[in-house]
Each structure stands twice: as C-alpha cells, then as structure tokens.
Design a binder for this molecule. Structure first.
Ligand SMILES: O=C1O[C@H](COP(=O)(O)O)[C@@H](O)[C@H](O)[C@H]1O
Length: 260
C-alpha cells in the first residue's frame, strides 16, 4: 500500500477546482492508455463540490464520457430519487449534464429497487455487479478502479464505514449492508476497506474546520478500526486533498512544505 501524500489548498472552493482538474487529467490519461477509465464516486459535501467544479470546467470536454465507468463507494439506502441519495446528488451536480453511457453508471441499489428493503441482498447484488465487471486478469472481485474518491467525515468515517462499527472490521466481502449508522440514514450500503484498497489511487477529500480533528487522527497513526480513513489507501497512490482549515491540526511534521 502507498504512503499518504498531502496537498493543502487555500480554501474548499480552490480544493474542489484543483481536485476536479486533477481528476479530468487522470481520466483522460487512463482513457488514452487503456481505452476507458473507472472512477468510484463518493457522497458528501466535498465529493459533490468536486463534481460541481468538474461540471463548471471547460476542460470537462476533454473526457470521453461514453468510455467512463462510474461506481459508488457508498450509498444511503433510500428510495430511488430521494434527495439524500448520493447518486441523486451526483446526478444533480454533474452526471445529468454530461453524455455518459447509462450502462456504465453503476449506482448502488435503492430501497425500493429489486431487493426491496433487504439491504443485505442489495449489497450482495452490488458485489456481484462489481465481480462481473472485473477482467479475469485482475484476479480480483472488483474491477480495477483508476481513482476511488472518499469524503472524510468529522468522525473519520469514509464511505459508510464508521469508527468501531462492524463494517470497518470486514475482511472477506467487498460490499456490505450497514445497519445503525451513527449518521442518518441508519441503513446504508458500503464498499469495505479491502475493496477500497484494490484501487490504483485513493483520494481523500476533506475541507473545513469540522474535519480538522479527523484528518489529524487518521494521519497520526490511529488504527483503522478507530479511524476508518486511516485504512483507506490506494495500491499506487493515497492522496489527501485538504484545505487549510482541515489541515490546521496536523502535526507540523506532517504538514506538506508547499500549499496552494
Ligand atoms: O454520509 C456520508 O458522509 C460522508 C462524508 O460527508 P461530508 O458531507 O461530511 O463530507 C461521505 O463521504 C459519504 O459518501 C456519505 O454517504
């Protein structure tokens, strides 16, 4: 696994713009070298901020949207179209305004979908969809993700893996149903840490004063059971994209030399 690298931006707006520019380049490069790109989206304020910045960037037209697979790191298990669903917010921020191939937009199941309110069945179905998309040479139960985005909650949660919750201890499954999440709604679907760690690059996004303790905890050696964000690492790269407020409680030894 890769050692975390930190980039600190002046404020959350600049962080979103810079992360969007970085993501456009990654997708274009992956499409040039492998023909298509695969990105895992996150919910939350910073994930949606990045998507909105991408929607507003003229460089978005450099992406071949029809050759992009989109997956989700987690989802709030609510009815289709619910405004609190991560996919609903992503559609509003970006997806509805770009020419994606609908077959390559892999939303997690809704609570009024084919599995009804059975969140375990919904999680198993998403695991199956991931496994079917994995090329045989991957030898993995998930496709090879180019970039996996994660918001970091003020309690250090990533995706829907919460501190000390059963989901953060999962070692076998790639996708789990989450019950009794401390942040509403209580029922969710989430990738697990082993699935997250298959991604080439994992980018963690955190902006704002309310994220400062979480960032400091996760980057100062706290274990992944207490701080799930600490366990989110990419195979080739783990990138923490922060603003100055979120980075403000990092020990000086970790603070990167240059900020933009
Ligand atoms: O509920 C969720 O929260 C986290 C963090 O969201 P934020 O608004 O505090 O940045 C998010 O990453 C996750 O996808 C979402 O389901």
């Amino acid at each position: 696994m890769s050692t975390p690298q930190l980039v600190v931006h002046r404020d959350k707006e600049l962080m979103a713009e810079a992360a969007a520019a970085r993501l456009i380049t990654k997708i274009v490069d992956a499409q040039a070298s492998r023909g298509s790109a695969s990105v895992v989206l996150t919910g939350g304020r910073n994930g949606n901020g990045l998507l909105a910045a991408l929607a507003g960037s003229p460089a978005r037209d450099a992406i071949d949207w029809a050759r992009l697979d989109l997956w989700w790191g987690d989802e709030r298990f609510l009815p289709e179209g619910d405004p609190e669903r991560n996919v609903t917010q992503a559609r509003e921020a970006l997806l509805d305004s770009v020419p994606l191939d609908p077959k390559r937009v892999h939303a997690m199941p809704a609570s009024d979908g084919p599995h009804g309110s059975d969140v375990e069945a919904a999680a198993a179905a998403y695991a199956q969809e991931l496994a079917e998309a994995s090329a045989p040479e991957n030898h993995a139960a998930v496709p090879s993700f180019d970039v996996l985005l994660l918001g970091v909650g003020p309690d250090t949660h990533v995706a829907s893996l919460f501190p000390e919750h059963p989901g953060v201890r999962e070692t076998e499954r790639t996708v789990i149903g989450v019950h009794g999440a401390p942040k509403p709604p209580p029922t969710r679907v989430s990738l697990t840490l082993p699935a997250i760690r298959t991604a080439r690059e994992v980018w963690l996004l955190a902006a704002g004063e309310d994220k400062a303790n979480a960032v400091a905890m996760a980057l100062s050696g706290t274990g992944e059971i207490q701080a799930p964000a600490a366990g989110a690492q990419g195979r080739a790269r783990t990138l923490w994209l922060l603003d100055t407020a979120a980075a403000s409680r990092l020990p000086r030894s970790l603070y990167p030399p240059a900020s933009a």
